[in-house]
Ligand binder design. Structure first.
Ligand SMILES: Cc1cc2nc3c(=O)[nH]c(=O)nc-3n(C[C@H](O)[C@H](O)[C@H](O)COP(=O)(O)OP(=O)(O)OC[C@H]3O[C@@H](n4cnc5c(N)ncnc54)[C@H](O)[C@@H]3O)c2cc1C
Length: 402
């Protein structure tokens, strides 16, 4: 490889770090620019699906994740008034994956694992406190302008990967449209130490309600028994300070659990939710991955998983191009595979999941509950359902595109 050849990655979140790891393991020089002074620790994604664990296993990441994560082989679909509708058992897809469960692990526990692996590889460099500002493309490469701890600098590379999140500066600098929409309501996240298993909840449950559905996840936190995280929609008119108040969290928990309290609340946050996909994942020497390329609501836990699917797909293809084993058109295949999987599975199913949770008409609600129960009662139909909800079909669809 020519000594000036290098991949520059904007964004040291999970997706940027995993692209870097795949490249560095293939002896491709890579520089990650991360604007923050260190890894970010805010509470975000926390569900890992079977194909993600399969993709991360050869990189050595899955084993340490399994040590600290919670395995969730069963998850529930519930109704706020009718109670349990269906409990899904991922044992039905044990023939399709070596990991027939969801793994709950905070996103900020994944990134230190990947960073420590990168630190041990000679071809990888991670620069914290360095913000991507812009780029200029020329015939044989790309010049990135950044602002680091010592002021503005220019970094030369061969390819630029934008893994810099939903507000991606790389995507904007490349002039790539982010097509889709933003939901009018925001989502709130509340964590409690109150043990929801005592109320009959599995470690992952979705509770339908036309006014305030709830998605429930038990997260590992600092160790057993962990924390229960609840995501729910916020009325458009509600102010951010009201939603983040202790009273709001207590009311939500009391309503949800049928009274009682006060409950121990350890975390509250609120965020806007979008369904958007970049019009292109590649433009010239610029490639997009993860939230920079697509965002979706968290119902189904597809956001970070699909970003990791991008990261491994892109890292492997870019490594082949950098090593001269394939032409640059291989990167167009990355776009075809990953953009299609996002549009057809991640966007469609996450939107449908949200709509199913908020059905108002009682007759329609009963019809959908009966339909779900019928699917769950038929092993073949249930397996098909789980292949979709576990993202196995989305990976199969992407891999079938040539
Ligand atoms: C508030 C919030 C809550 C979420 N909750 C859930 C959830 O419950 N379930 C779920 O599945 N998903 C959730 N997600 C989505 C999930 O967190 C993302 O899919 C995941 O973080 C994507 O990883 P990424 O590496 O692509 O982007 P990010 O994790 O956003 O990482 C991007 C990185 O780029 C850096 N960066 C940004 N701009 C620049 C720049 N100009 N130069 C250098 N670095 C830059 C940022 O500092 C950041 O470290 C949530 C997202 C948010 C924002």
């Amino acid at each position: 490889m020519h000594r000036n050849m290098r991949v520059i990655i904007a964004g040291g979140g999970p997706v940027g770090l995993i692209v870097a790891l795949v490249l560095a393991r293939n002896e491709v020089p890579v520089t990650v620019l991360e604007a923050e002074p260190g890894l970010t620790h805010d509470l975000r994604a926390g569900t890992f699906h079977p194909p993600t664990l399969e993709l991360l296993a050869p990189l050595g990441i899955t084993a340490p994740m399994l040590e600290s994560g919670i395995r969730v082989p069963r998850w529930q679909w519930r109704d706020r008034t009718a109670g349990l509708i269906v409990e899904w058992d991922l044992g039905l897809i044990a023939g399709d994956t070596p990991y027939p469960y969801r793994l709950h692990l905070e996103q900020h526990r994944l990134t230190p694992i990947v960073l420590s692996m990168l630190r041990a590889l000679p071809h990888a460099e991670v620069r914290f406190g360095t913000r991507f500002d812009g780029f200029r493309e020329h015939a044989d490469g790309i010049r990135v302008e950044a602002t680091g701890t010592h002021g503005p600098e220019a970094i030369d590379g061969t390819w630029l990967v934008g893994a810099d999140g939903g507000r991606s500066s790389v995507r904007k600098a490349a002039g790539i449209e982010f097509e889709g929409f933003t939901w009018p309501e925001r989502f709130s996240v509340i964590s409690t130490t109150c043990d929801l298993a005592r109320y009959g909840y599995a470690d992952n449950a979705y509770v339908a309600d036309p006014d305030q559905w709830v998605a429930v996840f038990r997260m590992p936190d600092a160790g057993p028994p962990g924390l229960w995280r609840m995501t729910s929609p916020v009325a458009e008119a509600a102010s951010e300070s009201d939603v983040l108040s202790e009273g709001y969290a207590q009311d939500l928990l009391a309503r949800f659990l049928g009274g009682g309290g006060p409950f121990a609340v350890t975390h509250k946050s609120i965020y806007s939710v979008h369904q958007r996909v970049a019009r292109a994942f590649r433009r010239g020497r610029v490639l997009l991955a993860g939230d920079a390329a697509h965002v979706n609501n968290p119902l189904g836990g597809f956001g970070l998983n699909s970003g990791i699917h991008d990261a491994v797909n892109l890292g492997e293809k870019l490594a082949r191009v950098m090593r001269g084993e394939a032409g640059a058109d291989l990167l167009d295949l990355y776009e075809r595979q990953r953009r299609t999987a996002n549009l057809e599975y991640v966007q469609e199913i996450s939107i449908r999941n949200k709509q199913n949770l908020e059905v108002r008409d009682p007759a329609e609600k009963a019809r959908r509950a009966a339909q779900l129960r019928a699917v769950a009662a038929d092993a073949r139909a249930a397996r098909d359902y789980l292949l979709n909800s576990s993202m196995i079909n989305s990976i199969r669809r992407a891999n079938a595109i040539a």
